[in-house]
Design a protein around this ligand. Structure first.
Ligand code: NAD
Length: 424
């Protein structure tokens, strides 16, 4: 039996709208001409692939065809860099927008990478581990001519993890020799960097701390709500709890849990690893993801998917600060509305840059074949984030704009400068 699963290609998504909107404003402010705009918007290369795979279904074995993508947006400042996402709704428009976002993120962090994104339209929970391994290795064979240590370096994203990176490393090394630097976010045993697993959440928590310092607001005791309890959400929660914040609600795809006195985050992590979900966490009450986003709190951290705060629910957000730990969780219309009513939105390209910064450290360590201790990676991560934060907060204060506006202006100007210097 042949079963073809083809996702919607070319559909407009929140991500694309957001990018177009934020960029249009930046292009105006920087006074860019049409040629410069076209060069900055359009991807260098985008590839759509079909990956056949025999999967075990209820009726027996079935041949499925999965659609996969890699969009390489810009490499003026260094090799293309960006995650691989496994999700049924992955589509080309989303990949384009997320690839572009990586270009601005790496430029803002001032690390020598460009931007890319890729993924497979698949629900990995429907596959066995061995099917997922075969799918990943076939994807790597097709990606093989596009990626390289100095060309394009993938990393984990939603529903991919160090194990998936290990399979890519193995498959790529079969034809290119031992090449740990081909992916970042690998297991420690295979050249992964100490600190990479927690880097995005650690970075989001560190940026939250800097925001509180700038506002002379105590992080200790601050009431924090986090949507998403995967890699980013759980490590953000753990680090903020370590810093003294009170995490009063967290959620995953199945729903949320809340406790006004503060959730024991470590216990929540243990519960999820045993039960596979937050539901049923002792000492908490259940709530929906919609209710969670509307909880009164000091700091709201969306750390799951894009577009979750939009014009339908923006009015119900009752936080003073929104930290975008996920990519593009706030749509541009909601972003404007939140800004107008005085809610500070810390943009994704700053708030979640910790992951790609430590990915850069991992890549550098792999090239040198010389690992760093975790403490050194985290100190350098903090230096890098503090530097980016001060540039963005300072730029926003001087120009009287939002942090997002300042961040985009600086990132786009940096990429444009690299293009002009290289002359391509
Ligand atoms: P993950 O797969 O580890 O976790 C995702 C979490 O979101 C899970 O808890 C899941 O249950 C939850 N979730 C999924 N759909 C949801 C929904 N509809 N409502 C509520 N919760 C839902 O993914 P991750 O790596 O933590 O990534 C989360 C976000 O952060 C994504 O936007 C990703 O692009 C971004 N990001 C990740 C990294 C990284 O290093 N992993 C770096 C930068 C940005």
């Amino acid at each position: 039996m042949t079963l073809t699963r083809v996702p919607v290609v070319g559909q407009q998504c929140h991500c694309r709208d957001n990018q177009d909107h934020f960029l249009a404003r930046t292009f105006e402010r920087l006074g860019l001409d049409d040629a410069q705009r076209q060069f900055l918007v359009h991807p260098f290369r985008e590839v759509t692939m079909q990956i056949p795979l025999h999967v075990t279904a209820e009726e027996g074995e079935a041949l499925c065809t999965f659609t996969a993508y890699r969009v390489q947006h810009n490499h003026a400042r260094g090799p293309f860099k960006g995650g691989l996402r496994y999700h049924p709704e992955v589509n080309l428009e989303e990949m384009r927008a997320l690839a572009q976002l990586m270009t601005w993120k790496t430029a803002l962090a001032n690390i020598p990478f460009g931007g890319a994104k890729g993924g497979i339209a698949v629900d990995p929970s429907e596959l066995t581990l061995s099917e997922l391994e075969t799918l990943t290795k076939r994807f790597t064979q097709k990606l093989g001519i596009l990626i390289g240590v100095h060309e394009d370096v993938p990393a984990p994203d939603v529903n991919t993890n160090p194990q998936v990176m290990a399979w890519i490393f193995e498959e790529y090394s079969k034809t290119h020799g031992y090449t740990p630097g081909i992916v970042t976010g690998k297991p420690l045993e295979l050249g992964g960097a100490a600190g990479r697993l927690e880097a995005t959440g650690y970075g989001a928590a560190f940026i939250t701390m800097l925001v509180c310092e700038s506002r002379s607001m105590a992080l200790e005791g601050a009431r924090v709500v986090i949507q998403g309890f995967g890699n980013v959400g759980s490590y953000t929660a753990l680090r903020l709890a370590e810093l003294g914040a009170k995490v009063i609600a967290v959620s995953d795809v199945y729903g949320g849990v809340t406790c006004d006195a503060g959730i024991d985050v470590q216990e929540a992590v243990t519960h999820v690893s045993d039960a596979g979900r937050l539901e049923g966490l002792a000492g908490t009450d259940a709530l929906t993801n919609d209710e969670l986003l509307a909880l009164p709190c000091d700091i709201l951290i969306p750390a799951a998917l894009d577009g979750v705060i939009n014009c339908d629910n923006e009015g119900s957000v009752r936080a003073d600060i929104v930290v975008e730990a996920a990519n593009m969780p706030v749509t541009h219309m909601a972003d404007d509305a939140l800004h107008d009513r005085g809610v500070l939105v810390v943009p994704d390209i700053l708030a979640n840059a910790g992951g790609v910064i430590v990915s850069y450290f991992e890549w550098a360590q792999n090239i040198q074949e010389f690992p760093w201790p975790r403490a050194l990676a985290l100190t350098r991560l903090e230096d890098c984030l503090r530097n980016a934060y001060e540039r963005v907060a300072g730029g926003a204060a001087r120009a009287g704009t939002s942090m997002r506006t300042a961040a985009y202006d600086q990132a786009v100007a940096a990429v444009l400068r690299a293009i002009e210097l290289r002359g391509f």
